[in-house]
Design a protein around this ligand. Sequence first.
Ligand code: ADP
Length: 629
Amino acid sequence: MKRSAPMEANSPGKLLPSIVTLYEMGILSRSRIVVIAMVGTLVVVFEGFGIALLLPLLDFIQENGDVEALKSKSSVWHTIVSAYALIGVPLSLAALCVTMFVLILLRQIMDYIFLLLRTRTRQDIGRRISSSLFRLLFESTAPHIQSMGVGSFTYLFATQTIAVTTLLNSFSKLWTLVLTFLVYAMVIVYSAPFISLLAFAVMGFAIASVSRYVRAAGTASRKLVAAGEAWTKFITSRYNGWRLIKVSDALDYEMESVGHHTDNIYRLSVGLARLRGRMELVVAPFMVFFILAGLYISVENFSVSISVITLFVVVVMRLVPVARGLAGLRQTVSTQRANLDRVMLALREAEAAREIDDGVKIFDGIFKKISLDKVTYRYPGGKIPALEGVTTDILAGRLTAIMGPSGAGKSTLIDLLPRLILPTSGNIYIDNEPIESFTLASLRRQIAFVPQDPLIFNGTVSENVRYLYRDAKQDKIENACKIAFADAFIRKLPEGYDTVLGEDGIGLSGGQRQRLALARAYLAQPSILILDEPTSALDYESEHEVQKALEILARKHGLTVVVIAHRLSTVRNADRLVVLVDGCLSESGSPKELSHSDSWFARMLSLDAGSHHESKADASQVSRQDAPK
Ligand code: ADP
């Protein structure tokens, strides 16, 4: 993923379009928005009426319940009297108190519903964003996934999607805060216009005076987001390199980097808290001081009734947290915008990098061959092509070994077969059909891939083996393990097939993982099996067993097996060798054919014969200089 996040975050006016995009993507639904807005409005309406009723209540006490006198004082009393007459309840102090209590109770109930609704929506949005992002990322092209890196990937899911939900939650709060503000504003403007104007001027001034802090908080939080991402990248890469760090005694050096990252996060977080604290420090005392001063002036110079003063004080007390909430929301928004922008950028980029899947034919197996015709592939930004003009065949039901020095393009060629990448030029055919004419799903369903370090997840042996074929019965699982020469070692595990593997369970050796992955691949009943043979993970016995399994799969079960071969021992039993050097096809043919010619393979054999470790010779270690041109 391009590192344009901080720049994006700086561009203004992105908030609303981002929310609109979330809405268009179906992450935010219209009905949810409407229900939240309605319940939020009800909270405010009940609260507004509840508090506003304080004025008639105080007037009623002051006038000793003289309704006629009250009616002559204010037109509001006409409405109140008619309302009580309508419901058939005599107007009394008790009735007014009960009404106020009911309104406040209703407000609390609505507030409770509102809280649940907001929490549900927030969690729901979080889960929708995470799953949309996960799907989109895995539906995007291989170069796009690779360019992202494990640190950014982890940070995006572990931190940033959660931050986005906080931001969206702020919007529902914003709605009620603005409404509450308006309702209270109407109440006090109606009861005391002069002091109200003064109060609003003070509030506006208070909010404007913290703008500086809000902007500074925005900048600090963008830096904090970048620092968090850098830290996640750092720790994930160091976890992967733990062996190197221990063995090379590099801990002190690494601790310096840890100190650099953690100090940075500490400094930025404390700075952010300081800005937040300063806003709190300024807004509340500032407002209360000026409003009380306004009240003092009004009482001294104008005739203001005690009921108006009481109402005014109550409303102002309620308005202070509302104004503080509004200022705080501005800060939350500016804090979380960096995260929202980052998530939106990830969504947009993943969407733009979606894999092309316009094939219509269903691929149901290979019968003759896979043909590469002048295939060239250049990585995005790559100076020279990783593969250039490669023309060769991979025969169905045979064991084909891809060989060549490291960096020759073997993995690139393998990635072309399940269409993880598309040729920059040239074509690939399966049984004379262009590979793009098949749907991606049907093509990949027929291809099983066993990487060098296969994924073994937290679960039992059986669960791991049926990863690609969830409904497989136990006897099928065990049969697959027998074919992959995994059954014997599985039976020696503490709980056999029920032994828990992975992070919370026991670990397996490289060779055992490889054989388990082979069983998994076989169980999926593919037509094509691709294997990246590990260089170091296999001991002699495992190596022999994996080779044997591959031969059986090709010869007995008719699978088309393609293996990136690093060892001569794997290659000897292959039906066909394809040798790549510097991205070009150097030679192809059976091991027998190639061993008699002046080939890269023959040269490998002679180098190997010269060594005393025949079975351990590693073909990929022969440099490009050694290869015949
Ligand atoms: P091999 O599997 O034979 O070791 P690869 O197919 O991995 O070789 O790589 C072939 C060439 O492509 C190398 O020069 C390598 O540096 C380059 N390459 C591989 N992957 C990428 C990538 N993701 N981005 C850019 N260049 C790459």
